[in-house]
Write a protein that binds this ligand. Structure first.
Ligand SMILES: *Cc1c(COP(=O)(O)O)cnc(C)c1O
Length: 350
């Protein structure tokens, strides 16, 4: 499929302060747009990032057929642009599409289009420590129709944001026992927009109570730990890495998958199993739970300092350089930046 290219007249790159990047507020010059109609992907265009015009009856706004992905590109010491495991995001995007009755996207558009876009906006990939280019592919229904059914037309877009590092200080999180994120048979495993809209209210309540994030628990019993925000949760329990098994309610994170693989390669016992809040709290108290952290593309590894449950705060030990989470963070960072050998084939060079 041919890509039509309409380059920007004058780059906006000089308007951006690369020493002061907020997450998701600056946008690179160009975006990729592909259109789906008459049962097939029709065209690919790269054009300046900017407003698009749609009818008020556009279906995705009303009925939520809207999915996204998130990944990061880095500048290596040699000056190359490296993206961390985008084939995994491509596969997951199509799983989300199938669940939401949306058309799957060919690799030629998702990865081929991305490659071209990153070649054109190469200068937007930051070369400062901790900074990267956040890549946002997404797809939404575009039929003009007020009826609940799958749309027949869609747009797929990729835009990119130069970003600084995400979380800096260890997090204070609260176990949520009233609201839910995902249930068995639902769409929790898909990166569809509605999951995030639905999570805001409970998260806002926790923030008003002084927490950074919530720990979601299972919808049926609220007894088992699931995820936190847009991160998978991981714990070191008696020297083993413990994380919830993937399924209907857990987003199958690329960071989670990578941390598990590295842990196994390092000879650490990995347990993909349910962890009850009871086991977590008693483990913090008796010292067997030594680390808790979130794993996701935005933060990579976000250490957790405090866990609130039923009105009490439980403190985890202070973060140390010898912690598993510190070591795995360094390892992933060095792989992503091309600083150490990529023996697992995770890095995609543009
Ligand atoms: C995106 C996301 C994650 C993390 O996935 P990564 O592929 O590691 O970025 C975890 N949980 C939820 C709910 C998410 O949306």
């Amino acid at each position: 499929m041919e890509i039509q290219i309409h380059p920007i007249g004058k780059s906006r790159i000089d308007e951006v302060d690369f020493n002061n990047l907020a997450f998701g507020r600056s946008f690179a010059d160009h975006m990729l747009i592909a259109e789906y109609a008459n049962g097939a992907w029709q065209s690919m265009t790269i054009q300046p990032y900017g407003p698009l015009s749609y009818q008020p009856a556009m279906m995705s706004i009303h009925y939520g057929q809207s999915i996204f992905e998130g990944m990061k590109g880095y500048r290596s010491a040699k000056g190359d642009v490296l993206v961390f495991r985008p084939e995994e995001n491509f596969k997951r995007f199509n799983k989300s599409a199938v669940r939401m009755c949306m058309p799957e996207i060919p690799e030629e558009i998702f990865l081929g289009g991305l490659k071209k876009l990153l070649e054109i906006d190469n200068a937007w990939v930051p070369n400062k420590e901790g900074c990267s280019l956040y890549i946002r592919p997404f797809m939404f229904a575009t039929d003009e129709y007020v009826g609940v059914s799958p749309s027949t037309t869609y747009k797929f877009i990729i835009f990119n944001c130069p970003v600084g590092s995400y979380y800096s200080k260890p997090l204070k999180v609260r176990v949520e026992t009233e609201y839910i994120r995902a249930a068995k048979g639902g769409v929790g495993f898909a990166k569809n927009a509605g999951n995030y809209g639905g999570s805001l209210f409970a998260t806002q309540k926790a923030m008003q109570a002084g927490y950074d994030q919530i720990i979601w628990t299972d919808a049926a019993t609220h007894q088992y730990v699931e995820e936190a925000g847009t991160m998978n949760l991981m714990f070191m329990v008696g020297g083993s890495l413990v994380t919830a098994p993937t399924g209907d309610t857990i987003l199958d994170g690329v960071t989670r998958k990578s941390v598990i693989q590295i842990a196994k390669d390092w000879g650490i016992d990995v347990q993909e199993r349910q962890l009850s809040v009871k086991e977590l709290v008693s483990g913090i108290l008796d010292g067997s739970v030594t680390e808790a952290f979130g794993a996701g593309t935005a933060a990579v590894i976000a250490p957790i300092q405090t866990i609130g449950f039923e009105g009490k705060d439980y403190q985890l030990p202070d973060k140390k350089d010898s912690d598993f989470s510190s070591k795995v963070f360094t390892e992933i960072n060095q792989i992503r930046l091309g600083e150490i050998e990529d023996s697992r084939g995770w890095v995609w060079k543009v």
